[in-house]
Design a protein around this ligand. Structure first.
Ligand code: IMP
Length: 428
């Protein structure tokens, strides 16, 4: 296997960081291709927790080169901060094992202010964003007014680009939101100084990955957020502003050779969602509270409480198709072990019909979930143990309904709390 993708297949927070970290040890490159520091990937090694928002999870492995592709929106201050934190924790982080594309769009202070103002509690359409400036930075990319990393290395070019970018926004800031914002000169200087720090890491990552393929290197693409937050495939408008599905790899980093050998969809054994938006299987009862507490369902980026619900097969089927997933890693399975009766939503009642798969544009606020019940499982999880009959039937149901195998289960936050149900042949 030469190319592999780890894709969040629900509304984010599925435990991608842990699975990426696991496979990184076998890979030469780990590549982020979309999103920014709205992500929060938590990895626990020997009881020590590392939360990465921007830098790929591969950074924890010495032999692995971490790459931030041009599809990522880069907050240069966070980039610097994460490098410093990793270095203070004794990790080697240099331009020899970390590269960032010269063509990433930059998140400026203006983007952060705009995001927070737009998504405030009094906003007419609150999305519940992370407030990190992600949406506004992507907007400027699409309107062709964005600032790219390469622009940070020349203060004159940078100033001119910021002037162009801010021309319309100045009116918006002053008249609509009535906020002061940093002067262009100050912002240009701040970004320029950060650019000087980033310079050694900046390069043409597209060519880097092309070369990697020609040298038969293994490349792992690390998704952020989840398919249901994809700007095109997700539950619009309650989505993030990038292509979180496999399609984002092609546009956000480049897939040399044009094909993925394995696309692993990461599903939690139940469902969670942060921020606003419909959630058919949401649990607003004691079981929901229990799963939330047991699964420590609080956001790694914003600390917000995650909404919790049962596993949702119509969404799962859709995610498999939207991203051509080839297998499933089922995470946080241990969280469910004290729940006496488990439920899985196998279909919806929607506009008088029973439907088994969601599709773009469906109004999830108007569906009624139909449930199948499963007896709970009580296993003590260890590596390679034989699964109980109850857990096996839960997993087999997911395989049958999704049409793809569950190859991995993860049963705790530690790096080694992972169990393979099918062989992965990384050596071919
Ligand atoms: P934004 O990406 O900050 O614009 O937020 C848009 C939506 O995506 C909000 O509902 C966020 O809560 C959600 N979101 C963004 N990043 C993540 C993530 O890493 N995990 C879960 N939800 C996320």
């Amino acid at each position: 296997m030469q190319t592999m993708a780890i894709i969040g297949a629900q509304w984010g927070d599925e435990g991608k960081g842990k699975i990426t970290d696991y496979f990184s040890r076998y890979c030469d490159y780990v590549v982020r291709f979309q999103g920014g520091n709205n992500a929060g990937h938590t990895i626990v090694v020997d009881g020590k927790k590392t939360v990465l928002h921007l830098i790929p999870s591969g950074i924890l492995h010495k032999s692995c080169h971490s790459v931030i592709g041009h599809g990522v929106v880069l907050d240069p201050e966070i980039f610097k901060k994460e490098i410093k934190t990793l270095q203070e924790n004794g990790l080697q982080v240099t331009h020899a094992n970390l590269s960032v594309s010269l063509h990433c769009n930059i998140i400026t202070r203006y983007h952060q202010i705009l995001d927070q103002k737009r998504d405030s509690n009094t906003s007419a359409q609150k999305i519940g964003t992370t407030g990190r400036g992600i949406g506004p930075a992507y907007e400027d990319r699409c309107s062709r007014r964005g600032v790219k990393l390469i622009d940070l290395f020349d203060i004159k070019i940078l100033e001119n680009k910021l002037i162009r970018m801010m021309q319309e926004k100045e009116v918006l800031f002053k008249s609509l939101y009535q906020v002061d914002f940093p002067s262009i000169k100050e912002e240009a200087q701040r970004l320029y100084d950060l650019g000087q720090f980033i310079f050694p890491y900046a390069q043409d990552t597209f060519s880097l990955l092309q070369k990697a393929l020609s040298e038969n290197k293994r490349i792992l693409y690390e998704g952020a957020q989840g398919i249901l937050l994809d700007i095109d495939y997700g539950t619009y408008p309650y989505v993030t502003s990038s292509n979180t599905s496999v399609g984002g790899i092609y546009t956000g980093a480049g897939l040399p050779g044009g094909k993925l050998d394995e696309a692993i969809g990461i599903f939690k054994a139940y469902t969670t969602r942060v921020g606003e938006g419909p959630f058919p299987t949401e649990l607003n009862d004691a079981i929901g509270k229990f799963i939330q507490t047991e699964g420590h369902e609080f956001g790694a980026t914003t600390g917000r409480t995650r909404r919790v619900g049962w596993l949702d097969i119509p969404l799962l089927r859709y995610a498999v198709q939207a991203s051509n997933l080839s297998s499933i890693a089922l995470t946080k399975i241990d969280v469910l072990k004290k729940v006496e009766t488990l439920k899985v939503c196998y279909a919806y009642k929607y506009e008088g019909k029973e439907i088994h798969q969601t599709f773009p544009g469906i109004d999830l606020a108007k569906v009624t979930p139909l449930y199948k019940e499963f007896p709970g499982f009580t296993e003590v999880f260890t590596q390679g143990h034989n699964l109980s009959e109850n857990l096996q039937s839960y997993i087999e149901f997911i395989e049958k309904e999704s049409g793809i195998p569950v190859k991995v289960i993860a049963y705790g936050p530690e790096r080694e709390q992972i169990h393979f149900l099918k062989n992965f042949t990384l050596d071919t």
